[in-house]
Structure formats: C-alpha cells, structure tokens
Design a protein around this ligand. Sequence first.
Ligand code: NAP
Ligand code: ZN
Length: 364
Amino acid sequence: MRYFMPTIVLSGEDVVKNNKDVFKSLGRRALIVSGKYSAKKNGSLSDVTAVLNELDIVYTVFDEIQENPPIHQCLDGAKIASDCDFVIGIGGGSAMDTAKAVALLIKCGSKDYQEKLFGDKDYPHLPVVAIPTTCGTGSEVTPYSIFTDFDKETKVGMARRIFPKYALIDAKYFMTMPRKVRDSTIADAYTHALESYINVKSNPYSELFSMEAMRIFGEYRTHLFADTIDAKVLGEFVRASSFAGIAISQTGTSIPHGLGYPITYHYNMPHGFANAMFLEEYLRICPKDKVAKVLELSRFDSIAELGAYFKNIICSSMTKIDISYEEIARFTKELMANEKKLANHPDKLSYEQVFMIYKESFHK
Ligand code: NAP
Ligand code: ZN
C-alpha cells in the first residue's frame, strides 16, 4: 500500500495575499501561466501580481493557454521565460497542467521535448505553484498533465509526474465560472472520485478522499439544477474537487476517462461531461459491492437514476452528439490499446464490453 501527496495545500480567503512567503521562498523570477480571460476576470492574476510586485519578484505572464492544451503550448511557454526560478499556473486544468510541463522544459531545455515529456527517463523540473479556478480536475494536487495530441487525434498524459509544490485555493476565484464550466468540472471531480474508488490501486488512504468527495457531491448535487450556486455550497464542491484529485493522484483514472478523450478531441465536448456521459453504462459492468457504495454516498437509488441525472445536467449545456457505429468501433480499438487505463479497472474488459458502453451511452 502506498500513499504519497507532497503538495502543500493552503486554502482560505485571500490565500495568495496571506501566504507571501510561498512566493518569496521560491526565487526572484517567476513565470505565470494562465488562460486568456478567466484569471483576469476572477481576480486571481491581480492578486498574484500584487504580491510579486510587493516582493520585487520579476515575472512574465504567458496567458495563451487554450482549453485541452495542445503540446506545442508547453514549448511556447518555456521559450518565453527560460531563466525563471518557478512557475505559477493559474486557472483550470488546462493552465495548471501546462504550467507543470513548462516547469520541466525550462529546467532541462526543450530539445528532445517528446522524450522529456513522454519518454521513460525522469527529468528535473522547477517548482510549481498551482492556483485552481475551476472545481474539477484537482490538478493542483495531482502529478498529471494532459495534452491534446494532433498526431494521435486524442488526448495524452505526460509521462513525467510533477506534483505542484504548493496549491493555493481561494473559493472566490470560482464564483465567475459560467454554468457550463461549473457543471462540467464538478462532473469531472465526481468521476475522478468514482474512478479512483473503483480501481485496482484503490486503498484505505485513497478511499478516505474518494468516498468523502462522493459524499459531498451527493449532499449538494441538486444545486447543479440552478443557474447560480451560493459561495458556501460552491466551496464544498471546491473541496470535493481537491479530495478527488488527491484520490486519483494515488490511483490514476480508468475507463470513463479513456472513453471520454476521443469525444473531447473529435466533438469538443468539455472534459467533465465527456467522462460523466459514460458513468451509467460503466457502472453496469463494475463490481456490485463498489457500485452500491457509490450510489449510497452520492445519494442515487439506482444506476439508472444516476444516468438520468447526468443526462439532464449535460443536456442543460450541450446539444446531442451524433456518432456513427464506425466511429464507436475506432474509439473502442483506441481504448483497447490503452493498457494503463484498462489495467486500473478491476476486471479484464473485452472489446465487446467497451463497444457496448459507447453504443448504449450514445444510442439508447
Ligand atoms: P479548462 O480547460 O482549464 O478551462 C475551461 C474554460 O473555463 C476556459 O475557457 C477558461 O477560461 C474558463 N475558466 C476557468 N476558470 C474560470 C473561472 N473561475 N471563471 C470563468 N471562467 C473560467 O477547464 P478544466 O475542466 O478545469 O480543465 C480541463 C483540462 O484539465 C483538460 O485538458 C483535462 O484533460 C485536464 N485534466 C487534468 C487532470 C490532472 O490531474 N492534471 C485531471 C482531469 C482533467 P480561460 O481560458 O480564459 O482561463
Ligand atoms: Zn478528469
């Protein structure tokens, strides 16, 4: 059994302003990695730059990160501030994941970047501070980074494992999320908890976090039917997201994430929805004792009720995707080649079972 979570988590109101020493301890030059708009809108970027200015820390802002970031954005980021001491990722999973890869490429150079990011050997990296503004990926406490690979026509995980040195979590940064981002990221966090719990690597330590994340989701999940969620309840979802992140940092994700990657790539479906849409059919092939606990914690009477709930949430934000049996066959083959994801599921899955999950999820 193994539990390893080296990220120092600091949370609370004005967490950035109240923890200036975090930045001071990491050096004199920083690179800030963020998306184009949200970090400016929710106040996280100005909070960070105010502290850096006060401490005379020189910084560069790289605010180009796209959703589901393509691999080349890591190279672009590393080029911008090749001489910095640490990297601050502000935003959703896309910005935080890119910050981790940029921290590696600045430290050890971008030459042979494919090998450095995706090869077998380990490489050093600069320290990373992660400041989440969506409540889904848990990237602030996970060692993972996920990128869009245009050659493989899907999403791929970086081989290097980079835990942020610090996660700074302030609930006010989440209040500006539009409903679609809010719902998709909460669905992502729930899926993390579920996939970590039903996982061969699940253990009593990871289950403390995965079960509590599902319990919080169960207590508050009906709030997703409203356009706005008050700060207190959103704070609960933020906590559940980090808990679910800690859980997957021990176990990894499994089948729903593997099923969802090509749907995000080909149909631009937000990551969280692309996982959650498969949960109903996935749970039908999972061990019954685990499924019963999942349903109890998240307050569903049946797998069908869980499926209807997510269908309802996803339909509030998205139009239905039309997908052919040929595409399903192609995506099934891709998942059957993803040994890491398959290995995390408790039973050996067949091509027919995976095909059926896709088919029933899209065509029932
Ligand atoms: P995201 O792609 O980071 O952001 C989605 C959208 O939300 C962007 O348009 C962003 O705007 C906006 N946004 C972010 N915070 C906001 C706020 N507070 N207010 C208003 N808008 C806001 O979404 P995400 O779901 O958090 O991350 C998805 C990525 O993370 C995927 O690539 C996924 O594969 C990856 N992921 C990583 C892990 C991990 O462990 N590392 C786990 C699961 C998923 P801006 O562009 O303007 O910022
Ligand atoms: Zn995810």
